[in-house]
Design a protein around this ligand. Structure first.
Ligand code: PEP
Ligand code: MG
Length: 361
């Protein structure tokens, strides 16, 4: 009842007075964003854009884009998605009025986009007006032995810069439209799976150029940040160089854990229990940020990044961001915020306050 809710919000307001760590949420839709705000999220720390490409007919346009031969053909295919993508972002900016929204450029393993089976390939060939055998050969050429370590993250935007261009245009047009309506927007554009500064520079140049174009066209000046995920061990190791370009880092501990341990995040459930049972591991590293392993890379990333850019904003958006012991670790290494599932925001607010109290013991 409302009395109980009153106690609950008062209690949480005490936690908020104590904590120094910001708490954001991972949300990809206006509905999730609304839930996140209700639970007290101070922004969106990760808006994944992958699922947006599967909605309705969009997947057909994506497939056309992938098998297109020229940048012009790719742009034509992507133009079908752009207005819808702009709508996706407008919806989220509206809900998050006044708060930062970190939007990540596309990061699926490419194989998820490929048509499966002969029927889907035939249908696509028919829609595109091309020969089935030609399309089949193209798709076969894109198959990978290990997609999770293959064509993902910024590699997609490097091979198909038109995707990054389209997403940046959709983000900035959405931001300009919202701003013109009095909504306060703070977009933060985040490039996934960067391992080296050169990748971020290449993608960042596209984002900055598009931002300038849209701002000139609309007359709206948008305050935005450009940053990157730190989720490949190489990124933590070279964080000083990456911070010459990145204005913020967000640690993607799902991938960082999988790559540091050399354990598949999707299949670890098969052998991890045995490791824990035989005391080869203390905890499930995907649930508790391991301070001797992944945690050290996080610490290194923060230190090296800030050695180049003292005001570098840092956060975490992997699943660890909603796990109390990991939240406390994030506080100790000096992150600015954690970002977690909307339903974990309250837990993260409390854990962030506990981290401060434990420090004073
Ligand atoms: C991560 O790797 O921690 C992350 C947040 O990205 P995703 O889970 O989408 O790979
Ligand atoms: Mg990741």
């Amino acid at each position: 009842d409302s009395k109980l809710y009153g106690y609950f919000t008062t209690f949480l307001s005490w936690a908020d007075e104590v904590r120094r760590l910001g708490v954001r949420a991972n949300a990809d839709t206006p509905t999730d964003a609304r839930v996140a705000r209700l639970f007290g999220a101070e922004g969106i720390g990760l808006c994944r854009t992958e699922h947006m490409f599967f909605e309705g007919d969009r997947i057909d346009a994506v497939r056309e884009m992938i098998v297109a031969d020229t940048p012009e053909d790719r742009r034509r295919a992507l133009a079908k998605i752009e207005p819808l993508q702009q709508g996706d972002f407008e919806g989220i900016f509206e809900v998050m009025d006044g708060l930062p929204v970190t939007i990540r450029t596309l990061d699926p393993p490419l194989h998820e986009f490929l048509p499966h089976g002969d029927r889907e390939i035939e249908e696509l060939a028919h829609k595109m007006g091309i020969d089935v055998a030609t399309l089949k050969a193209k798709i076969e050429g894109l198959r990978e032995a290990n997609p999770m370590l293959g064509f993902r993250g910024c590699r997609l935007g490097i091979e198909y810069p038109e995707i990054t261009e389209m997403q940046a245009r959709a983000i900035f047009h959405a931001a300009a439209n919202c701003q013109a309506r009095g909504i306060k927007v703070h977009p933060e554009i985040m490039i996934p799976l960067v391992g080296d500064v050169s990748e971020l520079r290449m993608q960042g140049d596209i984002v900055r150029r598009v931002a300038d174009e849209v701002m000139a066209e609309t007359g709206q000046k948008i305050d935005y940040l450009l940053g990157t995920m730190i989720e490949v061990p190489r990124a933590a190791l070279t964080a000083d160089k990456i911070a010459t370009i990145a204005e913020f880092f967000s640690f993607g501990t799902n991938d960082l854990t999988q790559m540091t341990f050399g354990m598949s995040r999707d299949d670890a459930g098969r052998f991890l229990p045995l490791y824990v049972e035989r005391k080869l591991l203390k905890d499930d590293p995907f649930e508790v940020l391991d301070q001797e392993g992944v945690g050290q890379l996080v610490r290194m990333g923060v230190e090296r990044g800030r050695s180049t850019r003292p005001d570098l904003k840092t956060g975490i958006c992997g699943e660890h961001g909603g796990e109390p012991e990991s939240v406390k670790f994030c506080h100790r290494v000096g992150l600015n915020y954690v970002s977690c599932s909307p339903y974990r925001v309250v837990i993260a607010r409390l854990a962030a306050a506990q981290a401060v109290l434990e420090e004073q013991k």
